[in-house]
Design a protein around this ligand. Structure first.
Ligand code: FAD
Length: 283
């Protein structure tokens, strides 16, 4: 199967992120979503990883299951904070033995109580180096258009990001709602000599309450006007239309500006992504 960098070199990609379900109903929902996405001919999917390794077996099970059963690669997310080198090497060995060719290399978050993280790693770039030294997987990394909340300032954020992307094969962004946040980041990276493709992560405004909370945690802008429209919708159909229309507008602007692909945070449900892809004429 092609690696994600090979797919990106071949043309614009269309991909989605899943999270590992916790219940039998959640697993059934994910299976149904995968089947609903069949007409989209997805380029790849990615599966999140519980920070510090919680739920790690489910991530592995979902990734390997999709990679075996579907004609597109499934990429595990992997965080390094809190892990030892030996642990991560064992997980990477296991993924390679199971036929997984791509990994999203992340730092994860330090303990919320402010205590120092245990383990051998502090930054995602150290995990990138570990994977690269082994030489058997393509590597994606995270990018934050509105600057990562742990960065001291914008210039430092961009310097570390450019260095990390230069060592990796591609990036995927945190969600954002203003296309300029993404486009300015790409220009800033180019000014630092970094031209590694970075896929925009698209979060439809399906659940304003949780996105508002998450945006606040990440010091990211939140479009209250759009959220208010979604919250005021008279029924599910109107809500879906508002969410799809606003996501189409964002995606169309990004496509017009030549993004390398679109990566949807679909939250294991197909409706919005299907509606957006249909409206964009990408099916
Ligand atoms: P890093 O690249 O290490 O950056 C973190 C901070 O450290 C930044 O401020 C950066 O500027 C700074 N920094 C980097 N290198 C250095 C250096 N050498 N010296 C000083 N400072 C430095 N989390 C999960 O737990 N599970 C997931 O599945 C998951 N998936 C994600 C997917 C995407 C697409 C994105 C965007 C995020 C995801 N996250 C996930 C969240 C991520 O783990 C957190 O945001 C984390 O806080 C930062 O991860 P990072 O890989 O960007 O870290």
């Amino acid at each position: 199967m092609a690696t994600i960098p090979e797919l990106l070199r071949a043309g614009r990609t269309l991909s989605v992120e899943f999270f590992p379900p916790k219940t039998p109903e959640g697993h059934a929902q994910l299976d149904a979503t995968l089947r609903a996405f069949e007409p989209l001919h997805l380029s790849f999917v990615s599966v999140t990883y519980g920070a510090g390794g919680t739920n790690r077996d489910v991530t592995r099970e979902i990734v390997v299951g999709i990679n075996d059963a579907w004609p597109f690669p499934a990429m595990p997310h992997l965080t390094c904070i809190g892990h030892s080198r030996v642990e991560l090497e064992a997980m990477l060995d296991d993924y390679v033995a199971a036929g997984i060719d791509n990994v999203l290399a992340l730092a994860g978050d330090p303990p919320a109580d402010g205590s120092p993280a245990e383990g051998d790693f502090t930054y995602a770039s150290e995990l990138v180096d570990l994977v690269r030294a082994r030489g058997d997987m393509a590597i994606g990394v995270a990018a934050f258009p509105e600057v990562h909340p742990r960065s001291a300032d914008r210039a430092e954020d961009r310097r570390h990001l450019a260095a990390k992307l230069a060592a990796a094969d591609f990036g995927i962004t945190q969600f954002f709602f203003d296309p300029d946040d993404y486009l300015v980041m790409i220009d800033e990276l180019a000014a630092l000599g970094c031209h590694t493709p970075v896929l925009p992560g698209i979060m439809p405004m399906t659940n304003p309450t949780s996105i508002r909370r998450f945006a606040a945690m990440n010091d990211a802008a939140f479009p209250e006007e759009l959220a208010a429209k979604v919250e005021a919708a008279v029924d599910g159909a109107e809500r879906l239309r508002i969410v799809v229309d606003s996501t189409v507008e964002l995606c169309q602007e990004l496509l017009d500006r030549g993004v390398p692909g679109l990566h949807f945070y679909c939250l294991n449900r197909p409706e919005v992504t299907l509606g957006v892809v249909e409206a964009l004429g990408l099916r």
